[in-house]
Design a protein around this ligand. Structure first.
Ligand code: UD1
Ligand code: CA
Length: 460
């Protein structure tokens, strides 16, 4: 191989029949990424010189999901089998500058780049026409079996559907990842036919074809479990579990305490600092980043959000697309969403919802409150049961509360409204006009006590 390099062709045109889905397998989410993302990343990390992806079913959605520099899409309009995918790619394969091409099924997300490199290295060392990545799963059902001559040379791959009882007992199987000498592949691709039980062009038939031409077919066995193919949603859940445990293990080794990895769901791209504790039932999704020394309480879900160091999130909080500063405490049962920014040392208590608002340093909103489209200054206190009335039925209006303000309990702040620095509002106020700094606003009707009213009512 050396300077010559290799290219990778990802097969992703299939219809995911066994998923019983509208969407191709590669578009199904798996531990926070699309399934196709895993093989793409492995192929890139292995150092493939050219990267192609065969698409067909939902081709436009596939392009949108996976487009990136250096990836070329090849459309297989009719999906007539894994061998047909290569036949369709012939023009690109002819132009491809590398001597070695790897065909890679799109549904093997656990594959590591190191294994791809080792496969190519074996292929080059063996001077083979084709080298199959094989494995020995506990249960080989569903996979093509590797048939060897006298336990040595690979003679054929026999698909499950047509395998004899004896062949079904073979423990070595095809991972669907095959390395080819491009020249030999192009020379014999035309010999594939649909005259078989599946009525499909089977990529695996190339092994017999090469044998017929006395071309060498070698094999390289993948380390345990990493080349599993996902054919249905049961296998999807199994691989998801494997990926999640692997992610949790990596984090734990990096200094994160995860109380119960089996019930904790952390997406692949999530980053967590050391000495952070994650309680059971927590979901950390998407591009979430959590600092060090944080504590995330049970059953909280944090999505695409950033938490600085020393943040406490108590039980059952939902935090989405938000930013939380150092030393902040949130919850229990709080909801931050759509661009909530909580500055350091602030306190957000139970049953508080915050949307598209900035809460200043050291400010407090501790109980039963809705703050939407609001800016709250530093060290301001928002009394229990306060609501920013941000929606007038047509549009959202802003509320601005300056530093060191005291908003009494049960206030309705009718936006747009501005409350000046150091001002107070009386409990139960409906604030419809701006409040000047350092003043007291009372926006409620006077209380009337009708003495003896109840006693007289009883007499009536
Ligand atoms: C394939 C192999 C089998 C191997 C298994 C490993 C063949 C004939 N069989 O079977 O030996 O043990 O993988 O997981 O190759 N695809 C296309 N175009 C098509 C058909 C499929 O691009 O016309 C794509 C699919 O989107 C998928 C991949 O090829 O990503 C593999 O297809 P799949 O149907 O899953 O093959 P298996 O039956 O698993
Ligand atoms: Ca498969």
């Amino acid at each position: 191989m050396g300077a010559e390099g290799f290219s990778i062709l990802i097969l992703g045109a299939g219809k995911a029949t066994r998923f019983k889905s509208e969407y191709p397998k590669l578009l199904h989410p798996l531990a926070g990424r699309l399934m196709g993302e895993y093989v793409l990343r492995a192929a890139t990390a292995a150092g493939a010189e050219r990267l192609y992806m065969i698409i067909g079913h939902q081709a436009e959605a596939m392009r949108r999901a996976f487009a990136r520099e250096g990836l070329e899409f090849i459309e297989q309009k009719e999906q007539l089998g894994t061998g047909h995918a290569l036949i369709v790619a012939r023009p690109e394969l002819e132009r491809c500058p590398t001597g070695v091409v790897v065909a890679l099924v799109g549904d093997a997300p656990l594959l590591r780049p190191e294994t791809l490199s080792a496969l190519v290295a074996t292929h080059c060392k063996e001077r083979a026409a084709c080298t199959i990545l094989t494995m020995r799963p506990d249960n080989p059902t569903g996979y093509g079996r590797i048939v060897r001559v006298g336990g040595k040379r690979v003679r054929a791959i026999v698909e499950e559907k047509v395998a004899s009882a004896a062949q079904k007992r073979i423990s070595e199987v095809n991972t669907g990842i095959l390395c080819f000498s491009r020249q030999h592949l192009l020379a014999h691709l035309g010999e594939l036919s649909r005259e078989n039980a599946q009525k499909e062009y089977l990529l695996t038939d190339l092994v017999e074809i090469f044998n017929r031409h006395r071309l060498k077919v070698a094999a390289y066995e993948a380390p345990g479990g990493e080349a599993w193919g996902i054919n249905d949603r049961v296998q999807l859940a199994e691989v998801e579990k494997t990926l999640r445990l692997h992610k949790a293990t990596t984090l734990m080794k990096d200094g994160v305490t995860i109380a119960d990895p089996a019930t904790t769901y952390i997406d692949e791209d999530v980053v967590i600092g050391p000495d952070t504790v994650i309680e059971p039932g927590v979901s950390l999704r998407g591009q979430t980043r959590i600092g060090s020394g944080c504590h995330v309480g049970p059953y909280s879900t944090i999505t695409d959000s950033t938490l600085a160091d020393g943040v406490t999130v108590r039980q059952s909080c939902v935090i989405t697309k938000s930013e939380v500063g150092a030393g902040v405490a949130i919850g229990p049962f709080a909801h931050l969403r759509l661009g909530a920014v909580i500055e350091p040392e602030a306190r957000i208590g139970n049953f508080v919802e915050i949307k598209k608002s900035t809460i200043g340093r050291g400010a407090k909103a501790q109980h039963l409150t809705y703050l939407g489209d609001a800016t709250v200054g530093a060290h301001t206190n928002i009394g229990a049961g306060t609501i920013t009335c941000n929606y007038d039925g047509e549009k959202k209006n802003p509320t601005t509360i300056e530093d060191e303000v005291f908003i009494g309990s049960g206030n309705m702040l009718v936006a747009p409204v501005h409350i000046g620095r150091g001002a107070y509002t009386a409990a139960g106020s409906t604030i419809t006009k701006d409040v000047p700094p350092e003043s007291l606003a009372i926006g409620r009707s006077h209380q009337v006590n009708k003495e003896s009213w109840a006693r007289e009512r009883k007499k009536r």
